[in-house]
Each structure stands twice: as structure tokens, then as C-alpha cells.
Design a protein around this ligand. Structure first.
Ligand SMILES: Nc1ncnc2c1ncn2[C@@H]1O[C@H](COP(=O)(O)OP(=O)(O)OP(=O)(O)O)[C@@H](O)[C@H]1O
Ligand SMILES: [Mg+2]
Length: 309
């Protein structure tokens, strides 16, 4: 029999293999590298541009570790207490009997009580922590991670009850997968050197062609041949200069889904297809409707359609 607070339960995710997850040799090799570091007790960090598959890969790698997962998203507003925990006015607890499933007793009290937040829960029970976009939190909020990753202890505020030393020994099974966008992205902070030094950073770039085709096809249901044409147009845009934002795998999927729904023929001669591609790819790769490069990008899309479709 065990006491679990409802909040602890809500913080935990039991990951099952994702339906529709595409595992090409590129993906398998990436996952193998990451798992190797994690098994050696080293936190991993997937760093890459938007849409490079970081979060999906983090969830997939975590699912391979076969233990509960705690997910946190970096936020500029976070303070250390948002990660660790704080005092709250009331608390629900329920008594769960592991042997008699029907036994469930709910207790409620109004006293100020310490409530562990996600980081503390993961450290205490040895869960996998996915800290997605961790550089969106300010470095001061993330300082708590330094001793967790190095000395394997967590400093706890004095208010936390039931812990005389105000330290929590980090469970040996605890592990972390970080993700981030490169530092020059809007809304990200520079991670402190000491934190970066405590993890292995694996740079994630756009997927190889084979993987992009497989993901786009799995998500849209388009034929292999038509999917390849779309992926080639998107990849052609990425390697050309005028785009302000390179199109991502999301652009491939959005375009393929729109084509599948409209049943538009994937052909340079089809004006509906031309219109769909212009709508989706031009808007996703320009900063504003008045972008000085807009005309250039529209012409680029036209020439790529001609080349591949
Ligand atoms: N292996 C995969 N199998 C199936 N779909 C995938 C795979 N990898 C990525 N995707 C899909 O590609 C898209 C982008 O992936 P994801 O959201 O993980 O990227 P990201 O790098 O975390 O982007 P952002 O920086 O914007 O958060 C998503 O729609 C996701 O479902
Ligand atoms: Mg993401």
C-alpha cells in the first residue's frame, strides 16, 4: 500500500511506443548514440533548429528506458521553486491499495504543505526527466541542476518538511534528456557553461531525405512518388539562399496533408497545386508580407516545382 499525492501522479507520464513513429536507419543511429550516453549516466542534450525532431526523439529515447517520465518545458517566467516545489494551501492525497484495486480513500486538508514539483519528483524516484527547451528558462532558475548532475544531491528550501538536512539524495536511476534551439533563436537564453559542461550535446539537424519522405508519407498518406516530389521542393528551398527561415519537416507534412485533402494533382501544370505550395512554403519561410525577399522566394518555389514536379 502506498500514499501518492495526486500532483505527483499528474506529473508522471507512462510512455508507450508512439504510433506512427518513423524509425529509419538515421533515427535508429541517433537513438543508439543517445541511449549509450544515458546508460553511462551522462545527461544528453538534443540541440537543433525548430522542426528538427528534438522533442519527438527525446520522447522516443525516454520510452526506450522503460521507466516513468517527467516532462518539463522551459519558461522565461520560471523560478527555481517552479522546478523544485513550494508551499501550497491545501492538498489532496489518496490511499491506494496495490492489491485491492477498488480501495481508494481521499483525504483533504488545508494546512500549508510543501509540494514537490516535477524536478524533485524525478530526482526522488529515479525517473527520466525530459527538460524540453530548457534554455527558455533563465540560467538562474536552472542553477539547481548543477549539483543534481554533478554531486547527485539536490538543495531543498528550508520549508520542505520531513527533510532535516534539506538535501535530497538523487536516486541513482535519475536521468535527464535536455532539448534546446540554438542560442541565436528568439526567446532563448544562453545556457551557463557549467551546465553545458555536465551534459553531452548531440546536434540534431534536419532529417535525411529518406527519413523526411517516410515521416511525411506516414503523416499524410500520400503516395511515395508524390511525397518525394514535395520533400525535394522543401529540401531545395533549404539549400537555397533567399529563405529567411528554412522550411522544416512540419512544412513537408502540412503541405502533404493539404494536398491529400484537396486531392490536388502533384504537377507543375496544376494551378491548384502551385497555389498550395506557394501559400504554405512562402508564408512559412518569410518574416512578413512586406519581406524584401518575398518575390525572390516566390520565384524560387516556382522554379523548384518546375524541377521536381
Ligand atoms: N521519427 C519521427 N517519426 C514521426 N514523426 C516525426 C518523427 N520525428 C519528428 N516527427 C514529426 O516532425 C515534427 C517536428 O518534430 P518535433 O516537434 O519533435 O521537432 P522539434 O525539433 O522539437 O521542434 P521545435 O523546436 O519547434 O519544438 C512533428 O510533427 C513530429 O511529429
Ligand atoms: Mg520541440
Amino acid at each position: 500500500m502506498s500514499y501518492l499525492s495526486l500532483d505527483e501522479e499528474q506529473a508522471i507520464i507512462e510512455l508507450r511506443p508512439m504510433s506512427g513513429f518513423v524509425e529509419t536507419s538515421y533515427v535508429k543511429q541517433f537513438v543508439r548514440r543517445a541511449l549509450n550516453y544515458i546508460k553511462a549516466g551522462i545527461p544528453v542534450h538534443f540541440r537543433g533548429p525548430t522542426g528538427s525532431g528534438k522533442t519527438t526523439l527525446a520522447l522516443h529515447v525516454a520510452s526506450k528506458l522503460k521507466k516513468p517520465v517527467v516532462l518539463m518545458h522551459g519558461d522565461d517566467e520560471y523560478k527555481t521553486s517552479d522546478l523544485v516545489g513550494g508551499e501550497h494551501g491545501y492538498r489532496y492525497r489518496y490511499l491506494k491499495d496495490n492489491f485491492i484495486a477498488s480501495v481508494l480513500k481521499v483525504e483533504q486538508d488545508m494546512a500549508k504543505q510543501w509540494m514537490d514539483n516535477r524536478l524533485t519528483i524525478a530526482c526522488k524516484y529515479g525517473y527520466t526527466l525530459i527538460y524540453d527547451e530548457f534554455t527558455r528558462s533563465r540560467p538562474e532558475a536552472n542553477n539547481i541542476l548543477l549539483s543534481i548532475l554533478q554531486e547527485k544531491v539536490m538543495d531543498l528550501p528550508a520549508q520542505r518538511q520531513g527533510d532535516e538536512a534539506h538535501y535530497l539524495k538523487v536516486h541513482p536511476n535519475f536521468c535527464v534528456i535536455f532539448t534546446s534551439n540554438p542560442e541565436e533563436y528568439a526567446g532563448t537564453h544562453k545556457a551557463q557553461d557549467a551546465l553545458r559542461d555536465r551534459m553531452v550535446t548531440i546536434d540534431v539537424n534536419h532529417f535525411d531525405r529518406n527519413t523526411e519522405v517516410a515521416i511525411t508519407q506516414a503523416k499524410s498518406g500520400l503516395s511515395q512518388k508524390n511525397t518525394e516530389k514535395i520533400v525535394d521542393v522543401v529540401r531545395g528551398m533549404r539549400t537555397s539562399n533567399p529563405c529567411e527561415f528554412p522550411p522544416t519537416i512540419r512544412s513537408c507534412v502540412t503541405l502533404a496533408k493539404a494536398i491529400a485533402v484537396s486531392k490536388a494533382k502533384v504537377s507543375a501544370k496544376n494551378p491548384i497545386f502551385q497555389e498550395l505550395v506557394q501559400d504554405i512554403l512562402v508564408s512559412q519561410t518569410t518574416r512578413s508580407p512586406w519581406s524584401p525577399r518575398r518575390k525572390e522566394i516566390e520565384n524560387l518555389v516556382r522554379s523548384l516545382i518546375k524541377k521536381y514536379c
